[in-house]
Design a protein around this ligand. Structure first.
Ligand code: AHR
Length: 520
């Protein structure tokens, strides 16, 4: 039977309302149900959503990535081999550098040429330590080449000149004869590099110059004008975007600059840092609070996207969440300016739910960069001299790899609530995609630390002949990996899912991230 467009629309609206508002029963025990529209799906989940961020902050660059050529720690041209190998396993697509707040104080010419002749500077934002500039443009681009990932540079608007930014891009990408290209050649790199992603400043509403949206919009247009495309290298320009729910900033930037930008950044951190609570010593109230805050990403992405839709209905400009993650109190006994924190199962759940949100908004969210890759905030890897530990968050990034560049499949989730102290959040959260080989991948988080979650999944337009998966969980909510016990939290095979008549059924353990692969 053929339906009229209006009839179809009404049906869709009725279905959407039923699905979205299918309330959990008052006691929060509504049956969990997931419908995956495997017969639909048009947008690609940009692998850059799984991007990372490295700043000259604490032990991220020095010790974490760069140990120097003479280090006893195995390295390639000064860059740690163990870190490169581990990040390649999560198929790191993109790395942002040199900051963060550091970017708006960074003068790139201080970081080129012979290392012993490079000037030092004070890292005023992060511990007031002396920066020796031994890790600069050549070293960062070498790191990206070793990782096989795209570099994403952030230029200095706060304290740098337009000429400085213009010359940085010329130095890296110009393939003819020019002052900057000659300087690059003299420094041992005859060929230009390819550079796509370039940020015009960082947090210019705060550490990047305390500007108003209107003032920054003018600065953006001025600086961006001189970020040139040389010799087939096309720069994707990313404007400094809003802090959290600063919708005015988005409105002003989109109204004035949308035609001259490719991406607008958004920064949002969850975490418990302000309450000075430890990253590993917390109770269920802290667990709930952190995950509830992390879930706010859904609202932020939705509302900023709505504003962007008004000025850019064709979605040409990407929303780039180029800083996100959990910001806790620093590890006891460490420098407060170094932002070194441990990473627990709670952080794994925050990462999983956030990545599910990004996947579901991949029509607008084209890039995201968790802060930060090594030894800072919600890190993938912690280092202690020659030892490294993979964090629970690292394992989530590894489990989500099948979503990279896959086609997002629309889903509708009905979930019970997880409540504590009169407050509640949805217990479950999910996203789904189909990869190039036709397999369906579903990632689910059960935020409830106490109750398993049975779930029925209907696959529309596909059959599940085989369901396999992996699960990340641990006996305690505070579980984390240490240098002495590096495998306390790691993914293991999941056998709690079975094909059913129209999809599959599964039971998700409490406090878990589950990644399923469906063989049609
Ligand atoms: O990631 C740490 C800091 O957080 C960054 O330098 C800054 O951009 C943000 O405020």
């Amino acid at each position: 039977m053929k339906k009229s467009p209006v009839g179809t629309l009404l049906l869709h609206i009725a279905f959407a309302l039923a699905a979205v508002s299918s309330p959990a029963a008052d006691d929060g025990t509504a049956p969990n149900r997931l419908v995956i529209h495997a017969d639909q799906g048009k947008e690609k989940i940009n692998r850059n959503i799984y991007g990372h961020f490295s700043e000259h902050l604490g032990r991220c660059i020095y010790e974490g990535i760069w140990v120097g050529e003479d280090s006893p720690i195995p390295n390639t041209r000064g860059i740690r081999n163990d870190i490169v190998a581990a990040l390649k396993r999560i198929k790191i697509p993109l790395l942002r550098w040199p900051g963060g707040c550091f970017a708006d104080e960074y003068h790139w010419k201080d970081g080129i040429g012979p290392k012993d002749a490079r000037p030092t500077m004070i890292n005023t934002h992060w511990g007031g330590v002396t920066e020796n500039n031994h890790f600069g443009t050549h070293e960062f681009l070498d790191l990206c080449a070793q990782l096989g990932c795209e570099p994403y540079l952030c230029g200095n608007v706060g304290s740098g000149a337009v000429l400085e930014m213009q010359q940085w891009v010329e130095y890296i990408t110009f393939d003819g004869v020019s002052p900057m290209a000659e300087l690059r050649k003299a420094n041992g790199h005859p060929d230009p590099w390819k550079l796509k992603y370039f940020g015009i400043g960082n947090e210019n509403w705060g550490c990047g110059g305390n500007m108003s949206a209107e003032y920054y919009a003018d600065q953006y247009l001025r600086y961006a004008t001189y970020v040139r495309n040389f010799a087939g290298n096309t720069i994707f320009k990313i404007a400094c975007g809003p802090n959290r729910d600063d919708y005015h900033w988005t409105e002003v930037l989109m109204q004035r600059c949308a035609r001259r930008m490719n991406g607008l950044a958004l920064h949002f951190y969850c975490g418990t840092g302000k309450k000075s609570r430890s990253a590993t010593e917390f109770d269920e109230g802290d667990w709930f609070h952190n995950l509830k805050t992390a879930l706010r990403m859904e609202e932020l992405v939705t509302k900023h996207s709505e504003i962007m839709d008004r000025f850019d209905p064709d979605k040409k400009v990407g929303l780039m969440v180029d800083e996100w993650g959990a910001w806790h109190a620093v590890e006891p006994g460490t420098n407060k300016g170094f932002l070194y924190q441990q990473n627990s199962l709670r952080d794994a759940l925050a990462a999983g739910l956030t990545l599910n949100i990004f996947n579901r908004h991949c029509d607008r969210v084209r890039m995201a960069n968790i802060a930060q890759v090594i030894n800072v905030l919600q890190a993938m890897i912690l280092t202690d001299k020659e030892r490294i530990t993979l964090t629970p968050t690292y394992h989530v990034f590894e489990m989500f790899v099948p979503h990279h560049d896959a086609i997002r499949l629309p889903d509708e989730l009905t979930t019970a609530d997880y409540s504590i102290g009169g407050e509640k959040i949805p217990a479950l959260n999910a996203s789904a995609s189909r990869d190039a080989a036709g397999k369906i991948h579903i990632t689910l988080c059960n935020l409830d630390p106490n109750r398993p979650a049975p779930i029925e999944c209907e696959l529309r337009g596909a059959k599940a002949s085989r369901v396999s998966g992996r699960v990340l969980t641990a006996p305690e909510i505070t579980a984390h990996n240490t240098f002495d016990q590096p495998e306390r939290v790691r993914p293991v095979a999941f056998d709690g899912a079975r094909p059913s008549a129209n999809g599959f059924s599964a039971t998700l353990p409490p406090r878990s991230v589950v990644a399923l692969e469906i063989q049609p």
